[in-house]
Ligand binder design. Structure first.
Ligand SMILES: [Zn+2]
Length: 300
């Protein structure tokens, strides 16, 4: 089985250096990103898109990708960074800081294969005044990054999360706000990947209609993930991609542990056995979006 992981974070801890977040002084670990990549290859992984979450981790993604032709980098700023900017700079200055970051990101995109992850995440927003400010800034950050991607003709990797999953378009809901932004900003040739798909079924149907790609992670294997399985069953098989989102979201048998990049093989097996999705089809879909994966090694 040949697998390409379309969304993975070798650039985040504990995968990158083996340290846990905030454990700067620990001795360097034996288990660094390259040993995870080695292990993943032994399980059939022959390529991976390493996805940035802020300027620092995007830079790390570029550095890792530069060492190995089968590793590609996406540079992007996660929506939660908008909340950090507000906390750090206040409402008056956060927008200016955000624009500076977008400028830097645009320069970094010269070496990238995709832009992301970007999107909207209202999951942790509760206080109503702070929520309104954060939503506004998240939208600004999202739109800014779609425009960087459109200018460079690079695919976008989108993260969307919210507590509510309403089946009808609802204002101030991350799923429906994201869809509205995509519809207004989408240009003819801009491939969009909705990574780690979740959300109401009607929203997912709209993504299908728009020709968006759906990234399926190991949470499809969870017993209560009926909505995700229904969404995957409803999606066109030509628009489904496989991903780990490692170090997050381990498959059912490994819950509570760090998700390691090799575990994408578990998800591939599940999709083949339980959902009749052929690994060859998923591989072909990823190479259609990222032909670079097939130029270093002949995978098809
Ligand atoms: Zn991610």
């Amino acid at each position: 089985m040949k697998i390409i992981d379309s969304h993975c974070h070798y650039n985040l801890e504990p995968l990158y250096s083996g340290r846990k977040e905030n454990e700067e002084n620990l001795q360097a670990s034996e288990t660094t990103w390259s040993s995870h990549w080695q292990r993943a290859q032994e399980m059939g992984v022959c390529g991976s898109l390493i996805v940035g979450t802020n300027l620092h981790t995007s830079q790390l993604a570029l550095e890792i990708a530069a060492t190995e032709p089968q590793l590609l980098a996406a540079v992007g700023i996660h929506p939660s960074e908008a909340v950090s900017l507000l906390d750090q700079w206040g409402e008056a200055d956060a927008g200016g800081q955000l624009n500076q970051q977008l400028e830097t990101l645009s320069k970094m995109s010269e070496q990238a294969s995709a832009i992301g992850e970007m999107g909207l995440d209202y999951y942790w927003l509760t206080d109503s005044e702070a929520k309104a400010q954060a939503i506004e800034l998240q939208k600004q950050l999202f739109i800014g990054q779609i425009r960087v991607a459109a200018a460079k003709s690079l695919p976008v990797s989108i993260h969307v999360r919210d507590r509510e999953v309403p089946e009808i378009p609802t204002p101030n809901n991350a799923y429906w706000d994201a869809l509205a932004i995509i519809k207004s900003e989408l240009t003819a040739d801009l491939p969009v990947i909705f990574h780690c798909i979740s959300g109401p079924l009607n929203y997912i149907k709209e993504i299908n209609t728009l020709g968006g790609y759906i990234g399926v992670a190991a949470n499809v294997t969870y017993p209560n993930a009926e909505t995700i399985r229904t969404a995957v069953a409803a999606a066109s098989p030509e628009h489904i991609l496989l991903e780990t989102d490692a170090p997050y979201l381990p498959p059912q048998g490994y819950r509570g542990k760090t998700c390691e990049p090799w575990m994408v093989a578990e998800t591939a097996t599940y999709l083949k056995q339980e959902m009749r999705l052929k690994p060859e089809q998923l591989l072909e879909n990823t190479i259609r979006l990222f032909p670079q994966f097939n130029s270093g090694a002949s995978l098809l």
